[in-house]
Each structure stands twice: as structure tokens, then as C-alpha cells.
Design a protein around this ligand. Structure first.
Ligand code: TMP
Length: 209
């Protein structure tokens, strides 16, 4: 049987170029002969994508922080157990646009849910499963927000104030500092080509390991 694949996630605040860099990363890996599945959170399976729609739709009804948190983990349980784990076991690499680090950053940092509450759900849903590597695309919040606003049609998260995203970024950077072996910070304030080059180099290193 093939060796277990690598579980790599891409994180960052809004508008840092995650989708572009994920596509680039998948191409680099495929060129190196690695079988890759590209997926995202919240989402990645039909049911989890339905939960994503519930989560992202702007609404007038105030959304309770715990409702939001539970929906994130409900989508994650479905995604992890029906897609991510079987694919990793079959030897494929998973490139996932966001995972639980986003929950610590957005629900923890942004909304103020205690980290311990998030850890409890992380253990319930994931057991010991964690991403092998987290690529953190980091840029000043204002830079990314300008790009996100330019795209138009802001979702429920994108409608948050700048201070919310400053807290999100802060948690990402704190987690990166706490877990340097797992986190790879990429300066996303540079040009798309420069960022792509850094991401490509990083992935080639991971393939070589
Ligand atoms: P995306 O815009 O990168 O596709 O992500 C969708 C939104 O969901 C984004 O604003 C971040 C948010 N999110 C959380 O708040 N918590 C999470 O755990 C995840 C995975 C995403």
C-alpha cells in the first residue's frame, strides 16, 4: 500500500491570494509526480458545501458565535471523514484552502471564542489529526481587504471591520510562532510571481523529504 499522503493547508486573512497560490501549489506537486486533491473549508463535500452556504450568506439575524463554531466543525467532520482521511490513506496529498487554524483565528481571535472551547471540538472531530504543514500567506490586513473589496459581493465574514481581521492575523502569527515546524510563513504582500516562487520552493522541499 502507498505511504500516507501529506496534509497541507493554506491560511491567511482575506485577499492574500490563497486561491491562486493553491492552484500554483497543485501544479508544482503534479509536475513532481504527486497525486493531489485540492479542497476547501468550510466545504469540500456536497453536505459540507451546503453548510458553507449557510455560514457565508449575509443575514439580518445575528449569528450566535457557538452556532457558527459548531457549523464550522460540522462541515469539518463530514469533510475530514468522508474525503480527507480516505484520500490521505490512499497516498494522495491534500491541499486544503483553510482548516482548523482558521477556526482559532476567526472564531477565536475574531469572535472571541475561548481557545479551549475550540480545542475541545478539535479533539472531538479530529482526534489527533492535524495538518502536516500550514502555509500562512501573510500580508497587512488593509492590503488584502482592498483586494477582497475589489472582487465585490462581500460574504458574511468579509463584511467584518478591519479590527476583526487584525485579531485574525494576530492569532495566525501567534500560532506560527508557537509551531514553527508546522507553519511556513510566506510574505504575501509581494507580487503574485514572487509569492508563487516562494510557495513553489517550499513545496519542492516537502516533496524532497
Ligand atoms: P474563504 O473566503 O477563504 O473561502 O473562506 C470562507 C470564510 O470562512 C473566510 O472568511 C474565513 C471563514 N472561516 C472561518 O471563519 N472559520 C473557519 O474555520 C474556516 C475554515 C473559515
Amino acid at each position: 500500500m502507498s505511504a500516507r499522503g501529506q496534509f497541507i493547508t493554506f491560511e491567511g486573512t482575506e485577499g492574500v491570494g490563497k486561491s491562486t497560490q493553491l492552484r500554483n501549489a497543485a501544479m508544482v506537486l503534479r509536475e513532481a509526480g504527486v497525486e493531489v486533491i485540492v479542497t476547501r473549508e468550510p466545504g469540500g463535500t456536497p453536505m459540507a458545501e451546503a453548510i458553507r452556504e449557510l455560514l457565508l450568506a449575509p443575514r439580518t439575524e445575528p449569528v450566535n458565535d457557538i452556532t457558527e463554531l459548531l457549523l464550522m466543525f460540522a462541515a469539518r467532520a463530514q469533510h475530514l471523514h468522508s474525503l480527507i482521511l480516505p484520500e490521505l490513506t490512499a497516498g494522495r496529498w491534500i491541499l486544503c484552502d483553510r482548516f482548523t487554524d482558521a477556526t482559532f483565528a476567526y472564531q477565536g481571535g475574531g469572535r472571541g471564542v475561548p481557545a479551549q472551547t475550540i480545542q475541545t471540538l478539535e479533539t472531538l472531530v479530529q482526534g489527533h489529526v492535524r495538518p502536516d504543514h500550514v502555509v500562512l500567506l501573510d500580508a497587512p490586513v488593509a492590503t488584502g481587504m482592498a483586494r477582497a473589496r475589489h472582487r465585490g459581493g462581500l460574504d458574511r465574514f468579509e463584511q467584518e471591520a478591519l479590527a476583526f481581521f487584525e485579531r485574525v492575523r494576530q492569532i495566525y502569527l501567534e500560532r506560527a510562532a508557537e509551531m514553527p515546524a508546522r507553519y511556513h510563513i510566506v510574505d504575501a504582500s509581494r507580487t503574485e510571481e514572487q509569492v508563487s516562487e516562494s510557495v513553489s520552493e517550499l513545496l519542492k522541499t516537502l516533496v524532497g523529504r
